[in-house]
Design a protein around this ligand. Structure first.
Ligand code: GLC
Length: 558
């Protein structure tokens, strides 16, 4: 039996589901989601078909950046549960074949973390060098991540009269990873959670983590900052052979290749493809597949032991920072024209269904497209049922509302008083009365059912995780026709990004005279290519089709 191209590297064909325990399911009715609630929803997640849970930060935290300001790495926010609940949840997930990865936020800590409290107390404190201190901020402008809120990445600390580095908010001082003690601390944190059963980490803010600002000439500064990342990967490999590092690195593709560790693949295991994601929105705004096509064509070849993570939305603003100013304005105009829908001059604080005016055809087309791209798909909780954002909130928290389970009070998330909820529930056309998991579970025409179908088709099509992309030439600018081929076989997908129906004609390369194409999403009917692989396939407005390409004699299920 050949073992590659199937599940040898589990994450190459995983379906990742990101959630925040705080807003997923509240079991003790205090208004805050908890691990027990999540455990009770494990069967829902299993039924959906996801294979990997990514938990957003659940550590003790002052909660000024939704938990990305960690004040204790070896703890659990007590509102969410305790270690017993955590381990029980991991066991339940594993029992259903679901792995759990967790957010590793080590570019910075909260300013309430005991290390920082020590560090800022005096210049000769043993923890002083855990952070980056300077007498004067370096000259030249350093880009701040949150331009609406911060005007510098350096903050004066009165007690000791020096400035500390904070790429993000000023309450998130950056750790000094040139300090070998800090590097050891990071490894120890990873080792700790691995022992508790996690299968890896979503590594937060990677470019900032390894950015040498302020420590260029420090003792212990690495010649190549990527070596730090590689040392963490090596440590991970020693402790747990199949654990992963899924990196958040919103960078041009060519730089991402370096973060993967190039041909050696000894850096990040997976990285989100922010470039394809941003160009997807430009394509949607224009009803023109070409920006996305260009982004996908520009994806560099990566080692077989590396992987792209495909996503449509995440828990942050929809960042459009890699588009040109004009392109960004086009996307703003199409999907977030109101100033209160935009943040930091670069992003939109909405979920996909709101941006697409709730049009079910268009929403389905986008997810069909995402699942058909080579790589590993990542969903943000609530996407499977088409949740909207809280339009009364004008920052990135608008998309972090509680999961909508039923059409009952608080959307079935909690029996607490609405005022006590971790976040308010949308009250518009996307409220639980209109969008909830319970009703969709019983409705075969629901988005939830469609998502299940996509997930199951994806999981049965290993070439999508392992294979090579080819974008086929055809005449319609609004259409993307692509194949993904790997050892398992070949998939053909068609997507129409515009609202008008179109018939697209193209040649399926390398097709034999008796090849059969089996429809995988609509009706299971078959098609046979004409001479030389010629095909002509009609698509509805926002239409989408997936076909399994079965050569003569193939034993694969269609
Ligand atoms: C990442 C997270 C974001 C957080 C930031 C700082 O970008 O996705 O939510 O604010 O890191 O930790």
């Amino acid at each position: 039996m050949r073992i590659t191209d199937t599940s040898d590297l589990w994450w190459k064909t995983a379906v990742v589901y990101c959630l925040d325990v705080e807003t997923f399911m509240d079991w003790n009715d205090d208004g805050v989601g908890d691990f027990e609630g999540l455990a009770h929803r494990m069967d829902y997640l299993n039924e959906l078909g996801i294979t990997c849970l990514w938990l957003m930060p659940f550590y003790p935290s002052p909660g000024r950046d939704d938990g990305y300001d960690v004040s204790e790495y070896y703890g659990i926010d007590e509102r969410l549960g305790n270690f017993g609940d955590f381990v029980e949840m991991i066991r339940m997930a594993r029992d259903r074949g679901i792995r759990v990865i967790i957010d590793l936020v080590v570019n910075h800590t909260s300013d309430e973390h005991p290390w920082f409290v020590q560090s800022r107390s005096s210049r000769d404190n043993p923890y002083r060098d855990y952070y980056v201190w300077r007498d004067t901020p370096p000259r030249g402008k350093q880009d701040v991540v949150f331009p609406d809120v911060e005007d510098s990445v350096w903050e004066l600390d009165e007690t000791t009269g020096q400035y500390y580095l904070h790429h993000f908010y000023s309450f998130q001082p950056d750790l000094n990873v040139t300090n070998p003690k800090v590097r050891d601390e990071v490894a120890k944190i990873m080792g700790f959670w691995l022992e508790l059963g996690v299968s890896g980490f979503r590594v937060d803010a990677v470019p900032f983590l390894i950015d040498p600002t302020g420590v260029e000439h420090a003792e212990g500064a690495l010649e190549d900052p990527l070596d730090f990342l590689k040392s963490l990967r090596a440590f991970l490999g020693r402790r747990s052979g199949d654990a992963i590092m899924l990196g958040e690195a919103n960078l041009p593709h060519r730089e991402q290749v370096r973060y993967f560790g190039g041909r050696d693949a000894d850096g990040l295991t997976m990285q989100f493809d922010f470039i394809a994601m941003q160009n997807l929105y430009l394509s949607l705004a224009r009803g023109d597949a070409r920006p996305l096509t260009k982004a996908l064509r520009g994806r560099p070849r990566i080692a077989v032991e590396a992987q792209w993570a495909n996503f449509v939305r995440n828990h942050d603003e929809l960042t459009l920072d890699k588009l040109s100013d004009e392109e960004r304005q086009e996307v703003f105009a199409a999907f977030g024209p109101e100033p209160q829908q935009q943040v930091y001059g670069r992003g939109i604080v909405r979920r996909l269904p709101g941006m697409l005016g709730g049009d079910p055809r268009r929403i389905r087309m986008v997810y069909s497209l995402m699942f058909s791209l080579p790589g590993t798909p990542v969903l943000f909780y609530g996407e499977e049922i088409g949740m909207g954002e809280d339009t009364r909130v004008h920052d990135r928290t608008s998309v972090r509302t509680p999961m909508q389970w039923t059409n009952g009070p608080n959307g079935g998330f909690s029996n607490a008083d609405p005022g006590a909820l971790a976040a308010a529930i949308p009250d518009d056309g996307f409220s639980p009365a209109h969008v909830n998991a319970s009703e969709q579970r019983h409705d075969p025409d629901s988005l939830l059912h469609f998502m299940k179908l996509l997930i199951h088709r994806y999981r049965a099509s290993a070439e999508l995780g392992w294979g090579e992309l080819e974008i086929l030439r055809q005449g319609s600018a609004s259409v993307l026709v692509h194949t993904v081929s790997g050892g398992e076989g070949r998939m053909l997908a068609l997507h129409n990004l515009a609202g008008d129906p179109v018939t697209t004609s193209f040649v399926l390369p390398d097709s034999g005279p008796d090849d059969v194409l089996v429809d995988l999403l609509v009706d299971g009917r078959t098609l046979t290519p004409g001479e030389g692989g010629k095909l002509s396939i009609p698509l509805d407005g926002y239409g989408y089709r997936w076909f399994r390409v079965l050569p003569t004699g193939s034993k694969r299920l269609g």
